[in-house]
Design a protein around this ligand. Sequence first.
Ligand SMILES: Nc1ncnc2c1ncn2[C@@H]1O[C@H](COP(=O)(O)OP(=O)(O)OP(=O)(O)O)[C@@H](O)[C@H]1O
Ligand SMILES: [Mg+2]
Length: 463
Amino acid sequence: MIWKRKLRDETTELIGGEQVDAGLPIAQPDDQPAPTIVESAPAASGEVWRRPAAEPGPMLPRFMASASDDVETDLANESARRRLALRDALGASQPVIARESFAGRRDAMSDLINAVEEQRVHVVIYGERGIGKTSLAHVFAETAREARYLVIYGSCGTAANFSDMFRSVCARIPRIYHTSVLPNSAEAEKGENFEVMLPDGPFGARELADVMAGVVGTRVLVILDEYDRVVDVNFRREVAELIKNLSDRAARVQLVITGVALNLDELIGYAPSIRRNITGLPMRPMNSAEVKELLRLGERAAEIRYDAAALAMITQMAGGSPYLVRLLGHQAGLMAMNDNRNVVGDADARVAVERVISDWQASLPRRVQANLARDEARVHWGLLVAAARAGSSADGWFTVDDVYAEMGGAHSPLAIERDLKLFVNTVDLLERREGPGDPHFRFGYPGVASLLMMSAAMARLAA
Ligand SMILES: Nc1ncnc2c1ncn2[C@@H]1O[C@H](COP(=O)(O)OP(=O)(O)OP(=O)(O)O)[C@@H](O)[C@H]1O
Ligand SMILES: [Mg+2]
């Protein structure tokens, strides 16, 4: 069962004139009916919050500032300036790209630098959705550029194609860094890049490594972000082959890949000998000191303060996800500012959690919402929450034993397995992976596990 209650009447689409920035997956049109929305307020668990439609008010909301961001001259409004500052500091829809907006992660950063600089290996940074892989990659890129690495960032899409991706990587490596080009030669003067050395048309890892092995005078780091989105098996096999070839030839080119743990296993599976040339870097949930540091960014920007209770609630509810810390911190901060208070308290944090759960729920595809509202989900709510907790590892996969441990031995492993299968076969909420060892399960749609955990935590608080 999932927890649901009616939102307070003043909860509308806009908070302080600013659209709630959930940054969540957009609901897809689906032919399944959405579950009924409960408008009453049962305090028990088992239902999900829904935001009521905004009441028509006397005045339509307006933008706070012009698109030029020039608040001072447009509105001369100090409060609007602080709201915008809070949004800039804690808005959750974009990865962080600059060090000033990046909190914590010192260990991850030093492990990454160490892997690249000391061990000279290729790296796979892996972790669940929204844990901060892209942000780490960007800030690492900035740091590496300061050390004069030539860093090339590429974001993979579902349609990524090996030749196209690496042709554009090569187009960004100046030819003067190739061993065959002398500094003052005609080729060097022409300002060409590595792309001219590639064959016309599609090429594979070997041909690419032939070209890349010629890098001298710098070191090249190729960041392949969102690698888990790549669908083409051939692309992934070629990347494994490329790592092998680059390593065999001691090329001055290293790959930094962000994805999920499975990507690491798969790369090694394709080319077992690369095991010693590749390292996996799991992104762990943020600890409470890192959460505090992240919220500090909002405090400084908007001249507010999160009190100890608000901090504790946000830390607990976010479960180490920087994405959720920002979302909750932003919402709670706005609540206090709307009330002309500079101190954000636990009541603000609680309303923020309510809003985030409600927005989150509404952003899931109707099919997923309908499945969460089914009787089976209500009956096995405890199991689903335990599964969500069990799945909060770097790749979201969990086993029957993991769920058994989360449930404190309250149900037998056999019963747990049977019930998990129900959510694979009958109610489409989980995926199942067979393979060597125990069967693995995970939630089929990103965000469902976090929603369940937050709903459960809120239900506990209400109780
Ligand atoms: N160290 C950090 N400091 C401050 N904010 C962070 C940090 N890491 C991540 N965030 C924030 O968390 C959110 C998710 O981060 P990011 O996009 O980097 O995660 P991701 O793991 O790449 O997600 P995905 O799996 O969807 O690609 C973003 O809003 C980002 O601004
Ligand atoms: Mg990312």
